[in-house]
Design a protein around this ligand. Sequence first.
Ligand code: ADP
Ligand code: GN1
Ligand code: MG
Length: 375
Amino acid sequence: MSVNLENEYLSEILAQYDFPEELLGATRYGNGHINETYCVVCQPKEGDAIRFILQGMSQAAFPHPEELMENFVNITSFLQRKIREEGGDGKREALQIIRTKDRKNYYTDHNGKVWRLVPFIEDSDCYQQATPELFEESAKAFGRFQYLLRDYPAALLHETIKDFHNTEDRLKKFKAALAADKCGRAKDVAAEVEFVLKREADCSVALNAQREGKLPLRVTHNDTKLNNVLFDRDTKTGLCVIDLDTTMPGLSINDFGDSIRFGANHSAEDEKDLSKVNFDIELFEAYTRGFLEGAQGGLTEAELEYMPWGARLMTLECGMRFLTDYLDGDNYFRISYPEQNLDRCRTQFKLVSDMEQQFEQMGEIVKKCAAAANK
Ligand code: ADP
Ligand code: GN1
Ligand code: MG
């Protein structure tokens, strides 16, 4: 039987691995903006087909993929051990690298692109939008992720993307892209530029709190989108946190905030009709409850106090990043149509405005959930 490959160059990569019996094919998979993800299907002599996830690391996002892979292998081994110690199923609840024929953790292709292979976690689902119940489950999974890594030696982690959630630096990069105006697009985004410039001071809020010693550095995921957690199909509970490429020292409020940014609304990240884009305080409450439960009391008073800021800042920062990429010519986030990064930016800024209006209420909800969690 012929192998069905979506891209010819995949045969070079697949040839590095010992697959069980017959390789049937590899097709593009998932909704990630960064990596190149494929689902690989094999048919053993007996039994059901076996699937794998093959991923090529984005060269635009990750300047040192070999360091990223060192983090990946160390973190996943650590998680496997922790989960087993707690009586969980390491194989389903954490990712695990599959080595190449020559026992390497990854393969670097002829273009210098790094590839990794992991088992496909079967009987799981991945969501782009959630009900309050599912959102709360994802929060437990991300809170637990942080909890499981609480004594991971942070000094061993490479910083895979420098200044990833340094909002001041993101602002600086935005201003540089605006000044360079490589594609002549600045004239079309005056309102968005003004939106950012009015919020310059906000970009320093979490960083100031960190510099003042109020917010501790922890091992955090840093990309806590709803679609970076797999749910068990039967129980509908959070099963496995994936997309570990940016797991490195960071702030807990950013992990909290990035989930709120993506999940506490009922619209797509690139929705054009902004009247459909509304921050949902009920979803915010569901996530807060779940995150505090998953973190098992591991957050300080100051972290709790700054959680609403985490949501506002991750949303503002992400909007700024989309706008920067739009001005730069869309080199970082994958797009499927020309204005997509601008549309993404606009949804984020709409959500920021909503959060600003409901900020006090957000603080009250965190307090209420923290009090309930301590009972
Ligand atoms: P990206 O960095 O591009 O977002 P991800 O690691 O998040 O890449 O993977 C993209 C998508 O592929 C996920 O949202 C999920 O749907 C799917 N996926 C990734 N790893 C697995 C896995 N081990 N099992 C099942 N699905 C997976
Ligand atoms: C990217 O890889 P993915 O699609 O899970 C990005 C995040 C952004 C997100 C916006 C490494 O996440 O930081 O918040 O898009 N990941 C990286 O949707 O830049
Ligand atoms: Mg992802």
